[in-house]
Design a protein around this ligand. Structure first.
Ligand SMILES: Cc1cc2nc3c(=O)[nH]c(=O)nc-3n(C[C@H](O)[C@H](O)[C@H](O)COP(=O)(O)OP(=O)(O)OC[C@H]3O[C@@H](n4cnc5c(N)ncnc54)[C@H](O)[C@@H]3O)c2cc1C
Length: 303
């Protein structure tokens, strides 16, 4: 193992990543680190070698990790200390960044906090929702964030961000990828448990009937170029729905979802996505922009 600092959490070499992603594909991380708490994370980052890239993953529900060796360190905040959901007052919560968005929405329903129902439709961590301003049915994470805490990958320093400084817009923000989010404060409104649960049920029903929710997928592959031109429509009208490459398929249920149908590799998924982009471009002159984050190397061996 490289000369890495001592930690209290888990620090492992040659860690298989496929099981940590919703696509169930991807290579091996050179180093995997799951810190015990924020102090463990900051002290590791202060001393970690500066020449090793650092990647963060949550539930892997919006990410495609290529099949080769992922150089550097993969950090995953998989510890109860990063999954806590606590009430600050009647309508405000502090959530660890690794808390599931679905668990947060359920907690809010139990506690009569409205406005968080949309989180029930997003199967990732609340930390993983921040960078891309994840959203569902006209609500986005920016609508509920008060502030969040992050740690600098480069030196372990901690910083509190307020929502106004993040440049949140449709599936994007101006937050640098050097930050690892560790906790977030969110605020809703007072509501009635039954009404909140009803809204959550409707969201689930709507999503389950229109998306391949329970398959090996990372959600929408591409961002919608505009309201008039949703990605699914462009893909469908370019004749790509149902297209296959290796074990990957453009979902027959929702054209903007690529599914690992039959032992696909990440290369199958990425190459299929590229074919879709090309066909859409040829037909409409629109180059689709990825919503999923693609990281890693296609090479199967370390040089
Ligand atoms: C069936 C299905 C439906 C979906 N529906 C929606 C939807 O309606 N709306 C929507 O917006 N998304 C949707 N998604 C995508 C995904 O669930 C969200 O983007 C989610 O917020 C990603 O969270 P994650 O923990 O899985 O992040 P990951 O996929 O693990 O990571 C995503 C990005 O966030 C970064 N990241 C993760 N955790 C941290 C952290 N602690 N600090 C800093 N950076 C971090 C990663 O580096 C990466 O760049 C869907 C996915 C699936 C599979």
């Amino acid at each position: 193992m490289k000369d890495l600092p001592k930690v209290k959490g888990e620090l492992l070499e040659n860690y298989e990543l496929a099981s940590l992603t919703r696509f169930k594909t991807g290579g091996v991380a050179e180093i995997y680190f799951s810190p015990r708490d924020v102090d463990d994370l900051t002290s590791f980052l202060k001393k970690a070698p500066k020449d090793m890239p650092i990647h963060v993953i949550g539930f892997g529900s919006n990410i495609l990790i290529r099949d080769g060796v992922l150089n550097g360190i993969v950090i995953r905040l998989q510890n109860d200390n990063f999954s806590k959901i606590e009430k600050i007052d009647d309508i405000t919560l502090k959530c660890g960044a690794f808390a599931s968005s679905i668990a947060v929405s359920k907690f809010c329903a139990e506690n009569g906090i409205a406005g968080m129902e949309f989180l029930f439709g997003i199967p990732g961590t609340i930390g993983g929702a921040i960078l891309s301003n994840a959203g569902c049915f006209d609500r986005e994470i920016k609508d509920i964030i008060v502030s969040f805490e992050a740690v600098d990958k480069l030196n372990g320093k901690r910083k509190i961000f307020t929502v106004d400084e993040c440049g949140f817009a449709y599936r994007k923000s101006n937050i640098s990828s050097r930050w690892i989010f560790t906790s977030v404060i969110i605020k809703g409104n007072t509501g009635k448990k039954e009404e909140i649960l009803e809204k959550m049920d409707k969201i689930k029903e709507k999503k389950d009937s229109s998306q391949p929710t329970y398959t090996k997928t990372s959600g929408s592959t591409f961002k919608n170029p505009s309201k008039e031109h949703p990605a699914w429509k462009l893909i469908k009208e370019s004749g790509c729905q149902g297209m296959k490459l290796g074990g990957a398929i453009v979902s027959p249920v929702h054209a903007n979802f690529i599914v690992n149908e039959d032992n696909a590799t990440s290369a199958d998924i990425e190459d299929l996505a590229e074919q879709v982009r090309l066909k859409v471009y040829e037909k409409f002159g629109i180059m689709l922009e990825y919503e999923i984050k693609i990281i890693g190397s296609r090479k199967l061996e370390n040089p």
